[in-house]
Design a protein around this ligand. Structure first.
Ligand code: SF4
Length: 221
């Protein structure tokens, strides 16, 4: 990994940190368990929609045992508006059961244990490590995937490979903060279809900047 790339990444992180000092996970939660459920619900769904559904859910289901013993058809109805509700219901109930059986009902503060749980892949495990446990983690969602490619930090399309490329460019202590500011920047400026390069605070450091002559931007998501 070239030191030029690391220096450019450091400048980008510094500029985005200044631009989004309050960048954070936009799912509403108060416990690691609530965050895990919110992450499962957020697949193919907006955080805004998930945040509309979770207040009533989190009032009704407060422990892993509550989720483990949920009535599937009732839960399907309650999360219907988030899409893929059958699959999500299966995963949520299986997660509750696994937590009760293996971790006394608690979400483990351990990445390797998290990724073995039902419904939890590397992305969700990293979200939980970063936002519930304040541990390092790089979250590769659709925004990170797009921005990391546009900024030239990776040429990969698979989220795991993007994560490993970013781990080599960004200092471990900044992984969580980097994840937050990149998602904020993707949502507020570097949009999939119409990136606002003219207003972008890292335009000078971005190889995909549209306002630079001769540059080409891949607008695929
Ligand atoms: S310059 Fe344009 S493409 Fe590059 S990060 Fe900014 S908005 Fe995205």
């Amino acid at each position: 990994m070239s030191s030029d790339l690391k220096r450019r990444a450091a400048r980008i992180l510094k500029a985005l940190r200044k631009q989004y000092p309050d960048a954070h996970c936009e799912l509403d939660f108060t416990t690691p368990l609530e965050l895990a459920i919110g992450c499962i619900l957020s697949a193919q769904c907006t955080d805004k929609r998930v945040n509309q559904v979770t207040p009533a859910l989190f009032k009704k289901y407060t422990t892993a045992q509550d989720w483990a013993s949920a009535d599937p058809s009732e839960l399907e109805r309650e999360i219907h508006s988030t899409g893929f509700f059958r699959n999500k219901t299966r995963n949520i109930i299986a997660l509750g059961q696994a937590l009760v059986e293996q971790f006394e009902g608690a979400i483990p503060n351990d990445f390797d244990a998290l990724v073995k749980l039902p419904g939890i892949g590397r992305k969700t495990a990293n979200v939980i490590m970063v936002s519930a446990f304040d541990q390092p983690g790089i979250v590769v969602d659709t925004h990170m995937k797009r921005l990391a490619n546009r900024m030239g930090f990776t040429k990969q399309q698979h989220p795991d490979k993007i994560e490993f490329d970013l781990q080599r460019v960004i200092p471990r202590a900044a992984w969580g903060e980097f994840s937050h500011v990149m998602v904020f920047h993707g949502r507020r400026c570097c949009h999939a279809r119409n990136p606002d390069c003219a207003q972008c605070v890292i335009a000078q450091d971005c190889p995909s900047c549209q306002i630079k002559q001769g540059s080409k931007l891949d607008l695929s998501d």
